[in-house]
Write a protein that binds this ligand. Structure first.
Ligand code: ZN
Length: 83
Protein backbone atom coordinates (compact mmCIF):
# COMPACT_ATOMS: atom_id res chain seq x y z
CA UNK A 1 0.00 0.00 0.00
CA UNK A 2 2.31 2.71 1.26
CA UNK A 3 5.44 2.90 -0.84
CA UNK A 4 7.29 5.34 1.34
CA UNK A 5 8.54 5.57 4.88
CA UNK A 6 5.88 6.53 7.41
CA UNK A 7 8.40 8.49 9.40
CA UNK A 8 10.44 10.45 6.84
CA UNK A 9 8.42 9.85 3.63
CA UNK A 10 11.43 8.64 1.68
CA UNK A 11 10.22 6.40 -1.16
CA UNK A 12 11.34 2.83 -0.52
CA UNK A 13 12.60 2.71 -4.10
CA UNK A 14 15.23 5.29 -3.04
CA UNK A 15 16.24 3.42 0.08
CA UNK A 16 19.84 2.22 -0.43
CA UNK A 17 19.78 0.06 2.70
CA UNK A 18 18.05 -3.15 3.70
CA UNK A 19 14.67 -2.46 5.24
CA UNK A 20 13.70 -4.26 8.45
CA UNK A 21 10.21 -2.83 8.64
CA UNK A 22 7.35 -2.63 6.19
CA UNK A 23 6.49 0.83 7.43
CA UNK A 24 9.86 2.49 7.81
CA UNK A 25 12.97 2.94 5.72
CA UNK A 26 16.37 1.54 6.64
CA UNK A 27 17.42 4.89 8.12
CA UNK A 28 14.46 5.33 10.43
CA UNK A 29 14.23 1.75 11.65
CA UNK A 30 17.35 -0.18 12.61
CA UNK A 31 18.12 -3.19 14.81
CA UNK A 32 14.46 -3.73 15.54
CA UNK A 33 13.59 -0.22 16.64
CA UNK A 34 13.03 3.33 15.47
CA UNK A 35 16.24 5.36 15.46
CA UNK A 36 14.49 8.47 16.67
CA UNK A 37 12.11 7.58 19.47
CA UNK A 38 11.04 11.04 20.51
CA UNK A 39 7.95 12.85 19.35
CA UNK A 40 9.50 16.23 18.62
CA UNK A 41 8.90 16.86 14.95
CA UNK A 42 11.26 19.86 14.80
CA UNK A 43 14.09 17.90 16.35
CA UNK A 44 13.46 14.98 14.03
CA UNK A 45 13.43 17.31 11.02
CA UNK A 46 16.79 18.73 12.07
CA UNK A 47 18.26 15.23 12.27
CA UNK A 48 16.88 14.31 8.85
CA UNK A 49 18.07 17.53 7.26
CA UNK A 50 21.58 17.03 8.62
CA UNK A 51 21.61 13.44 7.37
CA UNK A 52 20.35 14.35 3.91
CA UNK A 53 22.96 17.05 3.44
CA UNK A 54 25.65 14.74 4.80
CA UNK A 55 24.61 12.18 2.19
CA UNK A 56 25.24 14.72 -0.53
CA UNK A 57 21.75 16.03 -1.24
CA UNK A 58 21.69 19.67 -2.20
CA UNK A 59 20.43 21.97 0.52
CA UNK A 60 17.36 23.23 -1.32
CA UNK A 61 16.11 19.71 -1.98
CA UNK A 62 16.92 18.70 1.59
CA UNK A 63 14.83 21.61 2.90
CA UNK A 64 11.86 20.60 0.74
CA UNK A 65 11.99 16.99 1.93
CA UNK A 66 12.44 18.14 5.50
CA UNK A 67 9.33 20.30 5.23
CA UNK A 68 7.31 17.40 3.84
CA UNK A 69 8.13 15.18 6.81
CA UNK A 70 5.34 16.86 8.78
CA UNK A 71 2.84 15.11 6.50
CA UNK A 72 4.19 11.63 7.21
CA UNK A 73 1.74 9.32 9.04
CA UNK A 74 4.02 9.17 12.05
CA UNK A 75 3.87 12.92 12.65
CA UNK A 76 0.32 13.82 11.78
CA UNK A 77 -0.90 13.13 15.31
CA UNK A 78 1.89 15.11 16.90
CA UNK A 79 1.03 18.12 14.75
CA UNK A 80 -2.59 18.02 15.72
CA UNK A 81 -1.75 17.87 19.39
CA UNK A 82 0.44 20.96 19.24
CA UNK A 83 -2.02 23.17 17.35
ZN1 ZN B 1 12.44 6.89 6.96
Amino acid sequence: MSASCQSCLMPFSKDPGVRESEKYCSYCFKNGELCYKGDDLKEYQNICYTNMVAKGMNKFQARVFTFLIRFAPRWKKANRRKD
